[in-house]
Ligand binder design. Structure first.
Ligand SMILES: CC(C)(COP(=O)(O)OP(=O)(O)OC[C@H]1O[C@@H](n2cnc3c(N)ncnc32)[C@H](O)[C@@H]1OP(=O)(O)O)[C@@H](O)C(=O)NCCC(=O)NCCS
Length: 181
């Protein structure tokens, strides 16, 4: 059975095991050692479990991560980062599924500017982002790597969630009307 789940600090061992398999240098980096902190800083992480084993992951951040030189223009930007799929489980759409769940989560929270970064040579990541309606909006040097900045561009989904969120606020206003007096 395959399922998408939210990951928490209790899942760190599985995360370390996965990232060690996908990108050992990343797993040993100072940045990765900060991961347990990421859970308490509101950064959300999802994973795909296949037959009880964590085989893919991806996170959603809302602000600059200390130590990473990302030039995010403001804090109202959601960032899809740390997408990893175990080599034995590639080509099954897991990364795309993790992109969708993070995009929907950001839109539901009313954040309509959604970025992701990938090195200019990372064809698999670039293809997935483009398929999921991300456009390349900039190219920057990040940590000495030439990096494309992608932005979610589906006007349909962005406008749909703007309407849904307005309606949710309207319903909450009605539900709580008069309760403050
Ligand atoms: C990036 C990553 C998450 C993608 O995993 P995935 O979605 O299972 O990857 P896939 O093998 O399905 O590749 C995605 C697409 O790129 C294509 N692709 C992959 N490598 C390619 C290559 N070298 N040349 C051309 N196309 C390539 C695949 O054919 C596929 O195309 P399709 O959707 O038209 O079938 C995975 O490769 C990974 O974990 N990489 C290491 C960590 C990483 O780079 N993360 C991203 C950081 S931004």
């Amino acid at each position: 059975m395959v399922k998408i789940v939210r990951l928490y600090v209790k899942d760190m061992d599985s995360l370390v095991e996965l990232v060690l398999r996908v990108d050992p240098s990343c797993a040993r980096s100072a940045n990765f050692r900060e991961w347990p902190d990421r859970f308490s800083r509101g950064i959300k992480t999802w994973g795909i479990i296949n037959k009880g084993k964590l085989v893919a992951t991806g996170s959603l951040s809302y602000y600059n991560i200390p130590g990473v030189a990302m030039k995010i223009p403001d804090f109202q930007v959601a960032v899809l980062d740390n997408g990893f799929v175990h080599p034995d489980f590639r080509g099954r759409g897991y990364h795309k599924a993790l992109i969708i769940i993070r995009v929907i989560n950001a839109l539901w929270e009313g954040i309509y500017k959604i970025h992701s970064m990938t090195e200019t040579g990372n064809i698999a990541s670039i293809k997935n982002l483009e398929k999921m309606r991300f456009n390349n909006v900039d190219t920057q040097e990040i940590d000495y790597c030439r990096t494309y900045i992608f932005e979610f561009s589906s006007k349909f989904l962005i406008n749909l969630f703007k309407v849904i969120n307005k309606f949710r606020v309207f319903l909450l206003d009605i539900a709580f009307a008069g309760q403050g007096s």
